[in-house]
Design a protein around this ligand. Structure first.
Ligand SMILES: Cc1cc2nc3c(=O)[nH]c(=O)nc-3n(C[C@H](O)[C@H](O)[C@H](O)COP(=O)(O)O)c2cc1C
Length: 113
C-alpha cells in the first residue's frame, strides 16, 4: 500500500511457493529460494502522466529495480536470479490482479547456496 507506506498481505496459501513456481515455467529454484520478489504495476499511476509511453517506462523501472536487487544482494553475500519467463495469466490470477490495469512485470529470486 504505497500511500500508507505499508506492506499488504495478498495471499497466505501454504502452497503459494509451489504455485508461483508452476506459474513461472516450473523453474524449481523459485520454490527453493529464500525469497522471491514479484514486481507488479498499477498502470494508472504511470498512465495519468505518461500515456502510452507508460508501457516503456514501467519496464525500464522494473529493470532498474531488478538491477538494484542484484547490487544489494552482494552486500549480504547472496545471489539473485531475475525471471522473465512466466505465464502472465496464471501469475496475475494467483495474485488477484486483472492483468490489464494491474499486472505482474518481473520476478527475482534471492538465496544463498
Ligand atoms: C530480463 C531478464 C529475464 C530473465 N529471466 C530468467 C528466467 O526466466 N529464468 C532464469 O533462469 N534466468 C533468467 N534470467 C537470468 C539470466 O539467465 C542470467 O542468469 C542473469 O542475467 C545473469 O547472467 P550472468 O550470470 O551470465 O551474469 C533473466 C535475466 C533478465 C535480465
Amino acid at each position: 500500500m504505497a500511500l500508507e507506506h505499508k506492506l499488504l498481505v495478498v495471499n497466505l496459501d501454504e502452497e503459494l511457493a509451489e504455485k508461483v513456481t508452476q506459474s513461472a515455467m516450473n523453474q524449481v529454484f523459485i520454490h527453493d529460494s529464500a525469497v522471491t520478489f514479484i514486481w507488479t504495476t498499477a498502470l494508472y499511476r504511470m498512465k495519468w502522466r505518461y500515456g502510452e509511453r507508460s508501457y516503456r517506462y514501467i519496464h525500464l523501472d522494473a529493470g532498474h529495480v531488478g538491477q538494484n536487487l542484484y547490487l544489494a544482494d552482494k552486500a549480504v553475500d547472496a545471489g539473485v536470479c531475475a525471471i522473465g519467463a512466466f505465464d502472465d495469466d496464471a501469475l496475475n490470477s494467483l495474485l488477484g490482479l486483472d492483468g490489464h490495469e494491474h499486472f505482474v512485470v518481473y520476478l527475482a529470486t534471492v538465496g544463498k547456496l
